[in-house]
Write a protein that binds this ligand. Structure first.
Ligand code: GAL
Length: 417
């Protein structure tokens, strides 16, 4: 890949460029700019500052992080990567293989990460058996967020299956309520699509399609049915959707203008910030037909190698803080996710987080139903998930047939591999 080549040369320059930073400074690239996200990252900032180091904020707006990753690549190519960046899934290994990622083995050993993190998390954080990334949380993607008052007003039942969902959506529409709050960005379309695929095909099918990239699964009738369902979704969203940010869509559910949203539990950060309570003002339910499955999305920070030992010390301190029980509690209460470590007292967490933790643990134990999110870069490389996202989005925004969607999907995945 050409990016790989151009960046290899820049890697050496990048390490040297670290000397320019102030001692004990850590510059953090992230895309947490919605209300709930900003509150969450502020927790890390103040903990880093309390430990005596300097925090340099490098926020690049854009849910899902596409823009942030573009900016990161250009900073890296010009030999000036930030000290730390939010990078996820297989992309972590890609950056590590290019020689950028600092080895966090020392702090990992001192804080016993192997013992406190579940294998499904620690595996993602390592490159060649060494920690090169630090997990901040575990997000569940296959959620549906619902406004119970909107459902009641329309006399509709909150759905647990896709068949029920269409029935409810018709009633909501008739009552003048937008059934589905949706934004207009490729990653949001992909987020809805992967939940549909999980519902239609189940977890094993999801893995064959989005992890193994199996052509038979991608070309299957199950995939065609998934596109059919995605087409139906387009009939239940409002005309204002194009270009809309995910958190604006969430606010439509908060206000009761729309009845439901399909989004990961970062959406809960917005409900929480608005003072709403789960089970009362809003409901969190598995995406219809995916109860017992868990699409995971682990946010993590990669540290870029530094020349100045003071900056390396700041990075190590931040890594240590991120896995600490205190950070994992305070941050995740605001972010909507669950802690990445499994030995936490969950008493302060709400019913959505408890349900999430239960399903995470049970699916991890049984080995059934736990799948990495494709839409959030956990299941495959950025080029493959980007290619899938492009097809899904062009399907969503045109009158493409499901048969064409399937054919284009299978072809795009092959080409991107
Ligand atoms: C995801 C990320 C979440 C959340 C979301 C919307 O990719 O993992 O933490 O921030 O994007 O921005």
């Amino acid at each position: 890949m050409t990016f790989k080549k151009s960046i290899l040369a820049a890697a050496i320059v990048g390490t040297m460029a670290g000397t320019a930073a102030h001692a004990g400074e850590v510059e953090v690239l992230h895309w947490w700019t919605s209300g709930g996200e900003a509150e969450s990252i502020a927790v890390l900032k103040s903990m880093v500052e309390d430990s005596g180091h300097t925090w340099k904020d490098f926020a690049v707006a854009g849910g899902g992080g596409d823009q942030a990753m573009t900016v990161l690549r250009s900073r890296a190519v010009s030999g000036n990567p930030p000290a730390s960046a939010q990078i996820k899934g297989p992309e972590i290994q890609e950056w590590a293989s290019l020689g950028f990622a600092a080895d966090l083995s020392g702090v990992a050993k001192a804080s016993n990460w192997d013992a406190v993190l579940p294998k499904v998390v620690s595996d993602v954080m390592k490159y060649n058996g060494k920690y090169v990334s630090v997990p901040v949380n575990v997000h569940r993607v296959n959620w549906m967020w619902a406004n119970p008052a909107a459902f009641a007003k329309a006399g509709a039942k909150v759905p647990t299956t896709m068949a029920e969902m269409w029935t409810a959506a018709d009633k909501l529409k008739a009552a003048g309520i937008t059934p589905i709050a949706h934004g207009g960005q490729p990653w949001q379309d992909a987020t809805t699509f992967e939940s549909i695929v999980l519902s239609v095909g189940g977890a094993d099918f999801f893995k064959r399609a989005f992890v193994d990239l199996d052509q038979t699964a991608l070309n299957s009738d199950t995939m065609k049915q998934s596109f059919d369902a995605l087409r139906k979704v387009t009939g239940y969203i409002d005309a204002g959707s194009p270009g809309r940010d995910w958190n604006v869509a969430t606010s439509m559910v908060i206000k009761g203008e729309a009845a439901m949203q399909f989004m990961g539990d970062w959406a809960k950060g917005e409900f929480t910030l608005a003072g709403q309570k789960p089970g009362k003002d809003f409901l969190c339910l598995p995406f219809p037909g995916t109860d017992g499955s868990f699409t995971f999305n682990i946010d993590s920070l990669v540290m870029f190698k530094q020349k100045d030992p003071a900056n390396t010390a700041a990075q190590d301190k931040m890594a240590e803080l991120v896995v600490s029980k205190k950070f994992q509690e305070v941050f995740n209460l605001k972010k909507g996710s669950i802690p990445a470590r499994m030995d936490m007292d969950m008493t302060p967490f709400d019913s959505c987080a408890l349900a999430s933790m239960d399903t995470f643990k049970s699916t991890a134990k049984s080995g059934k139903g736990l799948v990495p999110s494709m839409a959030h870069g956990m299941s495959t490389t950025g080029s493959v998930s980007g290619a899938i996202g492009d097809v899904v989005t062009s399907f969503f925004n045109s009158d493409m047939s499901s048969a064409d969607g399937v054919a284009k999907l299978a072809k795009a995945v092959k080409a991107a591999q």
